[in-house]
Ligand binder design. Structure first.
Ligand code: ADP
Length: 238
């Protein structure tokens, strides 16, 4: 048994849900944040952990880019107090990285830092912890999913069939017998665009059918299709 995989390591957390994608830029962080807000709106005590080492965007999406979490000493251990925004506990690897410098950690160092931050955070009474995983299917992701006691994974993809190869690899990774994390379903993002002036029209800018194809192929659910929203970029930055 790996050093983290035991659920007892997280006595304050009831469920851990990972949000994953094959490629970057498909809306994984946007979905993670909105999922956290949706759960909080339903009355669940919610937390989010941004483990996207290549582009930690959670601090910006929460308006916490100048936040420096406090580190306290608890007995022998140092613990990090997560930021709190709209009742959501927020921890991001981005709080500890210089935004002007790319993350230069290699695979093993990166995954052990990511695990350590998760363990060292002083989470308090959480129904759902959402983890925004790094994109791809590489070593970092594999080690994280092997070691963190995930209760389920949600896969984010665009409708483009061409981009599905990587996404399929990540679904297969969750289903692999050594990882064995239930895939809760697929969210297809950027499914179509409807101009404000023509509300009855749908333009399938990135192709069609990728989410449904993936859900059927892996016998899971297509949980949602999210259209392109004009202004989401600006709203996210704000
Ligand atoms: P990832 O975490 O997969 O890299 P992000 O969530 O950071 O992706 O999204 C990438 C970019 O696409 C961001 O600028 C985001 O605002 C934008 N975006 C994501 N989903 C949508 C959408 N449905 N409509 C419009 N823009 C979107």
């Amino acid at each position: 048994m790996s050093f983290l995989k035991e659920k007892e390591k997280f006595p304050e957390i009831k469920k851990i849900i990972a949000v994953a994608s094959g490629k970057g830029g498909v809306g994984k962080s946007t979905v993670s944040v909105n999922l956290a807000y949706a759960l909080a709106a339903k009355g669940y005590k919610t937390a989010i952990y941004d483990a996207d080492i290549y582009g930690p965007s959670i601090p910006i999406l929460f308006g916490l880019e100048n936040s420096q979490p406090e580190v306290i000493q608890m007995g022998e251990e140092e613990k990090i107090i997560p930021a709190l925004k709209d009742d959501i506990q927020v921890m991001s690897i981005g709080f500890f990285l210089n935004p002007e410098q790319p993350a230069i950690w290699r695979g093993p160092a990166a995954s052990s830092y990511l695990k350590q931050f998760l363990m060292d955070t002083l989470w308090k009474d959480v129904d759902y912890l959402i983890i925004d995983l790094p994109p791809g299917t590489g070593d970092i992701l594999l080690t994280l999913c092997q070691d963190i006691p995930l209760d389920g994974a949600i896969i984010v993809t665009t409708p483009q069939k061409l981009s599905l190869a990587d996404v399929q690899k990540s679904v297969m990774m969750f289903k692999h017998k050594d990882i064995n994390v239930p895939v809760l379903g697929v969210i297809e993002n950027m499914s179509w665009f409807t101009p404000e002036t023509h509300l009855d029209e749908k333009y399938f800018l990135f192709g069609e059918g990728g989410g449904r194809f993936l859900a059927e192929r892996f016998e899971t659910e297509l949980l949602a299709q999210i259209p392109l929203f004009d202004g989401l970029c600006k709203a996210s930055d704000k």
